[in-house]
Design a protein around this ligand. Sequence first.
Ligand SMILES: [Zn+2]
Length: 124
Amino acid sequence: MPPLSPADLAALREALLGRRAQLSAEISDKLTDARSERIGTDAVASTDGGDRAAISSAGDLDIAQARRDADELQEIEGAEERINARTYGQCIDCSEDIPIARLRAYPAAARCNQCQQAAEKARH
Ligand SMILES: [Zn+2]
């Protein structure tokens, strides 16, 4: 596999920056939503407990989503560090080149398909 061309690298870096900005905005949105829903919960609690559970679980969902976004943000920051260290595009486990198609689909990818699958299996 040839190494990433400067044009490929520039496009992927651009994609990472865009995704990073999107995620940061999403996270602060979600946390703001969750917070305002919490305030709504208190208002409901003071009158009637009817929809309380539904409302607070909506807030929890937002927080779970924000946490996933934060994880992805961390992966993106890792990818940016690898770009700076010139190891971007190499699998962090086996050091093989990650296929360009995989990087285009998921620019923050830290592992080749095989190692990613192994890592996911190990996690479950
Ligand atoms: Zn690998």
